[in-house]
Design a protein around this ligand. Structure first.
Ligand code: KIV
Ligand code: NA
Length: 279
């Protein structure tokens, strides 16, 4: 497969071909996403929870994101690879954001960066974009601002708030983002935004009218313990946790019963040595 570039994404958008995006947090999760044909692989800061066991994304550090970006970038030989700027690494000024974005490219080896926010981030997006680093914007529900939003709540439900999301979309487009993640907004609002924009919208919990879709890999493959809360928009396509659990349980049983390793998992010695040991 040929490397996906901004040009590839642009021509997919023009042909109205949906853009398939998935998160990855390490080499194996990135490798499988790349081989399975993802157009964009996103090293989301959701790795704070799914890979590092943190409570939310506010805890994860730039250095931690960079380590994960590096491991992902070694696997994504085709997918366009984007790293999420973590909370605290870009809000202070466009200069701070550009410095962080440059580290993501130089050290994290990603092709683009994602950051959360609308109008208020326009100057920052412009600064990074002008330095030659593609920016994926993120509007609607912005999880890094959960405390200000009063939790993980659907955005754009009223006409006033829908209008604000649309204004954010137009502002980040004007600032030069190559695409925008639209999270947790009613499908009608996301569709309207998609029609108004001339850059791709990547929906998550935003209905089927977006230019593409993104999900957190561990959510859609079912790589989490039974009983975990999943947002309404997640479709679980697999049961990776269950498969792992059964594999590990079977291994344990066979070790305890001395069934593993069997002869076929064991190295033979030479005839000579066998005779010597038997004597
Ligand atoms: O952190 C993340 O995984 C994300 C995507 C879900 C868009 O921001
Ligand atoms: Na994120």
């Amino acid at each position: 497969r040929k490397k996906v570039t901004l040009g590839t994404l642009r021509s997919m958008y023009k042909k109205n071909e949906p853009i398939a995006v998935l998160t990855a947090h390490d080499f194996p999760s990135a490798h499988v996403a790349d081989v399975a044909g993802m157009d964009i692989v996103l090293v989301g800061d959701s790795l704070a929870m799914v890979a590092l066991g943190m409570e939310d994304t506010s805890e994860v550090l730039v250095e931690e994101m960079l380590l994960h970006c590096k491991s992902v970038a070694r696997a994504t030989t085709a997918a366009f690879t984007v790293g999420d700027l973590p909370m605290g690494s870009y809000e202070i000024s466009p200069m701070q954001a550009l410095e962080t974005a440059i580290r993501f490219v130089k050290e994290g080896r990603v092709q683009g960066v994602k950051l959360e926010g609308g109008k208020e981030m326009a100057a920052t997006i412009e600064k990074i974009t002008r330095a030659g680093i593609p920016v994926l914007a993120h509007i609607g529900l912005t999880p890094q601002r959960q405390n200000a939003l009063g939790g993980f709540r659907v955005q754009g439900k009223t006409s006033d708030s829908a209008m604000r999301v649309l204004e954010d979309a137009l502002a980040i487009q004007e600032a030069g983002s190559f695409a925008v993640v639209v999270e947790a907004v009613p499908a009608e609002v996301a569709s309207l935004i998609t029609k108004e924009l001339s850059i791709p919208t990547i929906g998550i919990g935003a209905g089927n009218g977006c230019s593409g879709q993104v999900l957190v890999q561990t959510d859609m493959t079912g790589n989490f313990p039974p009983g975990r809360f999943l947002p309404k928009f997640v479709k679980q396509y697999g049961n990776v946790w269950g498969d792992n659990f059964h594999a590990i349980k079977s291994y344990r049983q066979e070790v305890k019963a001395r069934q593993y390793p069997a002869p076929e998992h064991t190295y033979p010695i030479s005839q000579d040595a066998a005779h010597a040991f038997a004597a």
